[in-house]
Ligand binder design. Structure first.
Ligand SMILES: O=C(O)c1cc(C(=O)O)c2c(n1)C(=O)C(=O)c1cc(C(=O)O)[nH]c1-2
Length: 252
């Protein structure tokens, strides 16, 4: 734990180091997914569970918005909500995620009910929402900085999935074509914010810890998927492969 005040550049280096050590691109589920080793059911379970993350991101961002006292900060942050919700029905990131779960055979009402997600998915995502509500606005912004690292993992995931799974296409993965540009815009802004607002040792330590926490939010979701769908240790109420969704031949 650093006890000296870091320059803005050294703080950025420390934050990037958190990602280098802990981001979910290092998780074995990610490697399994992009290298083509996931079964159809594992990809279904990943998309179903991740819907919960997607659906809670704009709620999380709406909470962050309420915590800014500066109008310019709110103007910048509200773009995130628009990206996910779209500006009209049928538009936006959540809708694009639902197109992916449609293509994997799931009925929309089942996905949107989140009835079949893993308990750890719910706990991890809810913990993220709790953090942005209960900790400082600075920590809330810092916790979004995993997006500094998302363009790389998205590139690896998309090219690997397109090469290895005949049931996915650029169309069904459209969600990810939009994200890298949005994530770069958001992460650049958030990084500048954190570098200019974390001006004490305590604040710098707090932002580093917020980013570690967020890496754990992402990591825990992949741990849960592995346990339930690779090791087949299904928790009660979790979606059971072969049920609910249309069979693969019809789905994809
Ligand atoms: O595909 C990914 O691996 C990935 C990672 C992350 C991230 O690092 O938090 C986000 C997303 N995707 C994403 O699509 C997204 O909308 C998003 C919002 C946020 C956030 O913390 O506000 N992270 C992420």
């Amino acid at each position: 734990m650093s006890q000296t005040l870091l320059s803005p550049e050294d703080l950025e280096a420390a934050l990037r180091n958190v990602g280098a050590e802990r981001y979910h691109n290092k998780h074995r589920f990610h490697a399994r997914q992009y290298s083509g080793k996931c079964s159809f059911e594992e990809i279904q379970a990943w998309a179903l569970n991740r819907y919960y993350y997607q659906s809670m991101i704009p709620i999380k961002d709406a909470i962050v918005l309420t915590r800014f006292t500066d109008a310019e900060d709110r103007r910048q942050w509200r773009k995130r909500i628009e990206d996910h919700d779209g500006l009209k029905p049928g538009d936006g990131g959540i809708e694009r995620w639902l197109k992916l779960t449609d293509s994997l055979g799931f009925p929309r009402d089942y996905v949107e009910s989140t009835a079949g997600i893993l308990p750890a998915t719910r706990f991890a995502v809810d913990a993220y929402v709790t953090l942005v509500r209960d900790r400082s606005p600075l920590e809330a912004v810092a916790s979004s900085l995993t997006e500094l690292f998302s363009p790389n993992i998205i590139g690896e995931r998309m090219s690997g999935m397109l090469a290895n799974y005949d049931y996915v296409s650029k169309d069904t993965l459209a969600y990810f074509s939009y994200r890298p540009t949005q994530a770069k815009r958001d992460a650049d802004w958030a990084l500048d914010y954190v570098k200019s607002h974390a001006t004490t040792v305590e604040q710098q330590q707090a932002v580093i810890n917020a980013l570690k926490f967020k890496c754990n939010v992402l990591w825990a979701q992949l741990d849960a998927l592995w346990s339930a769908y690779v090791d087949h240790y299904l928790p009660p109420d979790a979606w059971v492969p072969g049920t609910i969704a249309a069979p693969r031949s019809k789905a994809a």
